[in-house]
Design a protein around this ligand. Structure first.
Ligand code: 5IU
Length: 271
């Protein structure tokens, strides 16, 4: 699957968020997702407006914004339309189905109403997909399962990863892919040529190897070309520590990661 172009893979999906993301990547020629982990509404919107032209997806942690309000969502949606990107709330749901359905649809953030894509830990079992799907599927949303993580010592390996893949296979209409560090867990068990999952990969950097809290970085080339991943997720490599935001440097870094990610993809589909 990973040798096919993003455009060719659109028809292999029934979920509208997956189709929209693959079409967007093909049309805009970018596989860059920027992870905007900053805590003020102003910095959040400023960074997104700056990177907007270069990304297919903006990843949010909406619960870290100190001055969150409904206007932030309106502005985020305006930027999504202006720059042509989708929105991924990195909520990492992890509770029983009934609870995650409420967390996804209700509360202050009402994630399902604006996030095209969200994600969940498979640890509670298939009920978490049923719960989130009861809210998200009718809205055309897509879910990613966390089958692997980027951090040192994480427990999402081996049988756990394999079971996450099996859970996804049972729920193809709503589960569109994985947060994972490579395509390997799919290759081993790939059933037929019509199966296609999206692999989105965090822990991507060009200038550093990690941070002091367990993060480990790989280059865009490593994850897209060598490991067959589809979308690179980059945070601090683009906006630094999020404190004194230098817009021109944010734009320069976004273009740099975009170029690296896209070149690795072109080489992969050419190969
Ligand atoms: N993220 C990871 N690793 C993971 C998962 C999510 O880094 O395994 I699952 C998130 C955390 C953060 C972003 O929001 O991706 C990476 O940010 P940096 O590029 O700043 O490290």
């Amino acid at each position: 699957m990973s040798r096919l172009s993003y455009g060719h893979r659109v028809e292999l999906h029934s979920n509208s968020a997956a189709k929209a993301l693959l079409s967007l990547m093909e049309r805009k020629k970018t596989n860059l997702c920027v992870s905007v982990d900053v805590t003020s509404k102003a910095s959040f919107l400023t960074i997104i407006d700056a990177v907007g032209p270069d990304v297919c997806l903006v990843k949010t942690h909406i619960d870290i914004i100190e001055d969150f309000d409904q206007d932030l969502i309106t502005k985020l949606q305006e930027l999504s339309a202006k720059h042509d990107f989708l929105i991924f709330e990195d909520r990492k749901f992890a509770d029983i189905g009934n609870t995650v359905a409420l967390q996804y649809s209700q509360g202050v953030h009402k994630i399902a109403s604006w996030a095209h894509i969200t994600n969940a830990h498979p640890v509670p079992g298939p009920g978490i997909i049923a719960g989130l799907g009861s809210v998200g599927h009718p809205l055309g949303r897509g879910l990613l399962l966390l089958s692997e993580m980027s951090t040192k010592g994480n427990l999402a390996t081996g049988l756990y990863t394999e079971s996450a893949v099996e859970m996804a296979r049972q729920n193809r209409d709503f589960v569109i892919g994985f947060i994972a560090m490579s395509r390997d867990s799919l290759h081993q068990k790939e059933k037929d040529d019509s199966e296609d999952f999206l692999i989105l990969t965090p822990g991507v950097g060009l200038d550093t190897y990690g941070d002091t809290m367990g993060q480990q970085y790989k280059t865009p080339y490593e994850v897209v070309f060598n490991r067959g991943c589809d979308v690179i997720i980059v945070g601090r490599g683009i906006y630094g520590d999020g404190k004194n935001i230098d817009i021109s440097s944010v734009q320069t870094q976004a273009k740099r990661f975009r170029q690296e990610g896209w070149n690795a993809y072109l080489k992969r589909i050419d190969g």
